[in-house]
Design a protein around this ligand. Sequence first.
Ligand SMILES: NC(=O)c1ccc[n+]([C@@H]2O[C@H](COP(=O)([O-])OP(=O)(O)OC[C@H]3O[C@@H](n4cnc5c(N)ncnc54)[C@H](O)[C@@H]3O)[C@@H](O)[C@H]2O)c1
Ligand SMILES: O=C(O)C(=O)C[C@@H](O)[C@H](O)[C@H](O)COP(=O)(O)O
Ligand SMILES: [Zn+2]
Length: 358
Amino acid sequence: MQTLALGSYHIHIGPIGPSVSAFLKGRHFSQLFVLVDENTKAHCWPAFAPALSGYPSTLIEIPAGETHKNIATCQLIWEQLMKASAARDALLINLGGGVIGDMGGFAASTFKRGIPFIQVPTTLLSQVDASIGGKLGIDFMQVKNSIGLFSDPQAVLIDPAFLRTLSGREIRSGYAEILKHSLIADAGQWGRLNTLAQLDTAEWSEIIPQSLLVKQRIVAADPFEKGIRKALNFGHTIGHAVEGIALETDTPLLHGEAIAVGMICEAWLSHKKLGLPQETLHTITNYLLRVYGKPAIHKTDYTAYLQLMGNDKKNEGQAINFSLLPAAGQVEVNCTATQEQIIGALDYYRQLPSPAPS
Ligand SMILES: NC(=O)c1ccc[n+]([C@@H]2O[C@H](COP(=O)([O-])OP(=O)(O)OC[C@H]3O[C@@H](n4cnc5c(N)ncnc54)[C@H](O)[C@@H]3O)[C@@H](O)[C@H]2O)c1
Ligand SMILES: O=C(O)C(=O)C[C@@H](O)[C@H](O)[C@H](O)COP(=O)(O)O
Ligand SMILES: [Zn+2]
């Protein structure tokens, strides 16, 4: 078992049974609730339930997926808690991916002004990124995570064994945040990862802790995103807009897939504005295209993208804010770009050749 500290809580990486026992020992909660979606109920709850033996718990099930990360689903969670008369010393256990973690944490932190919660992330994305750092929330009017708060869990319990049932597409989505961590802060890791061809044989148990360390260090330095934490948003100014629009179509993108598009566009902006070397831009572009293919974006959506970027949470005043790379492994926050430059970045992406299927 590996343990990292962050603020007032610990992140444990290892088999789920001992982690849960260690967490519950010596703590008292009047009731335990476990938030799941239909997939984590089927694939993760059977492995998790034995860890709670001797502790009665109530399952709260919500529908899976980003399209349900909204106030209506929060209402379902609050209703279940209210019907069970959950008190402020009840615990909500978020057993699932980033949607369960972000929304469960938000619902817990607002119910009766806040009940404790823990994160038990079951996707690659949530194990390296979403479960730590205390950013909680839901989507509103296509603007990702625009209603939310910062609030820390009592613990984060990561067991890479949960990944065994995750689809290849979801693994790829989580891998985008791992690539992001390497690009902003770990050039050595980026050098190793950009030659990794087969994700299905990757050693996630080794990659997860190394990636987590990047986020842990940045969040510890700036938990409320006043400065350096904005680095973790590389690829997200454009990526979130692309994700928000795609979510309303028949071909929604997963978070990491949209962030991969955003990272290509923002690498181009990094080249134009901060002198990211052309060769690095090419390596980033080619590797991301190889892993993610080339999801289509359309010129007819540019106005909507710009409108959504106008509501990016990093913005100050009217300017659209980016976190950009002067070099692989380095990042500069609070960069702005004009509308023309942003359109240049979207055009750069659109003119790229579609990679041949592998
Ligand atoms: N708070 C943060 O710092 C932060 C960071 C990154 C991303 N996010 C958010 O996280 C969300 C994306 O998270 P995600 O990619 O985990 O999505 P998700 O929670 O939708 O999970 C992806 C899919 O995998 C299923 N699933 C989960 N675990 C499984 C398992 N072990 N086996 C089989 N299926 C499983 C889920 O039911 C879902 O269908 C986005 O909303 C994004 O905005 C938040
Ligand atoms: O933890 C952070 O800070 C991040 O930016 C991590 C991102 O990967 C994540 O997608 C986060 O939810 C984005 O936050 P937002 O403030 O841009 O909504
Ligand atoms: Zn993200």
